[in-house]
Design a binder for this molecule. Structure first.
Ligand SMILES: NC(=O)c1ccc[n+]([C@@H]2O[C@H](COP(=O)([O-])OP(=O)(O)OC[C@H]3O[C@@H](n4cnc5c(N)ncnc54)[C@H](OP(=O)(O)O)[C@@H]3O)[C@@H](O)[C@H]2O)c1
Length: 277
């Protein structure tokens, strides 16, 4: 029997968003798959998804998509705020324009989505909002600082939102993957390679780049994260937080035991640079 729950997913043209959309379509959900690029979602359309071109940095795109779904279906049951990317590089040399854009996608994109869907969910006293955060919501390391700051902010916002709407029949769920092989690392490495570093940072950033490339060669694929994202959207009693990979689960526990000095030494030795701590 067809499940008529209506799902909206941002960032469905690749990675977690794409595969979550595919699994929900297989289960019979009514899926609106959105991203800036439509062609990589052609397979989802063949499976029954409705595709909408949405850039999450556009107020109009997000609002129009939500309005269209409400006018076509009268409801939105499950929303995945998943679109995002990683801006990699050192704190000093990522340009302010690039940094503002990173926040526009990773944080304000979620704000646009949440503020557009909540009035409809409140009116029906029902709904789920699933936010793709990160292990980097809890941890920050050299080379990842600005990206991690967006995910820390997302985690802070998501925690408050979960409490604010709990009594209104709306569930807020956060997804925390560690490194996972999607298209994410390709995009992140491009942002890193754009930066013209002063010589002072070159050894550190070279080590960081090698470390990231190696991590993404050996990290898991998207399956466990997608399984958790589907569970978050469909289980009768979803968890508030899913740490979706072994790395995310282990690191989250470990961070609690590390003081700053030890953390710095571990990170810098991972990047093969003599520690100055
Ligand atoms: N993979 C990891 O290691 C990892 C770990 C922790 C958290 N995450 C988070 O997981 C989420 C999904 O990432 P992924 O790993 O699946 O990466 P991905 O394969 O690169 O997919 C990213 C998706 O986001 C969309 N997107 C990017 N900018 C957008 C914009 N301005 N407007 C609308 N859509 C946009 C992309 O679509 P278009 O380019 O077509 O717009 C694409 O569909 C992100 O929030 C990321 O921060 C990833």
């Amino acid at each position: 029997m067809k499940n008529k729950d209506v799902v909206l997913i941002t960032g469905a043209s690749a990675g977690f968003g794409h595969d979550t959309a595919r699994e929900l379509l297989k289960m019979g959900y009514d899926v609106y798959a959105t991203a800036r690029r439509l062609e990589p979602m052609a397979d989802l359309e063949k499976m029954g998804a409705t595709l909408i071109k949405v850039d999450v940095t556009s107020d109009d795109d997000v609002k129009n998509a939500v309005d269209r779904i409400i006018s076509e279906k009268g409801q939105i049951d499950i929303v995945y705020g998943n679109a995002g990317y990683g801006i990699y590089g050192n704190i000093e040399n990522i340009s302010l324009d690039d940094l503002k854009y990173q926040y526009d996608v990773n944080l304000f994109g979620q704000a646009r989505l949440i503020q557009a869907v909540l009035p409809h969910m409140r009116a029906r006293k029902s709904g789920r909002i699933i936010l793709t955060a990160s292990l980097m919501s809890h941890l920050s390391t050299a080379g990842l600082g600005w990206y991690a700051s967006t995910k820390h902010a997302l985690f802070a916002m998501g925690t408050a939102l979960r409490q604010e709407v709990r009594g209104l029949g709306i569930k807020v769920i956060m997804i925390h993957p560690g490194a996972v092989k999607t298209n994410f690392d390709n995009v992140a490495i491009k942002t890193l390679d754009k930066i013209d570093y002063p010589d002072d940072y070159k050894p550190l950033m070279k080590g960081f780049r090698e470390y990231i490339i190696q991590s993404y060669e050996t990290c898991p694929g998207p399956e466990s994260t997608v399984k958790d994202m589907v569970h978050a959207g469909t289980a009768r009693k979803p968890k508030a937080i899913y740490d979706t990979t072994g790395q995310a689960r282990i690191m989250k526990r470990l961070i609690k035991w590390l003081n700053s000095s030890l953390l710095d030494r571990i990170v810098l030795s991972m990047y093969s640079r003599p520690s100055h701590v």
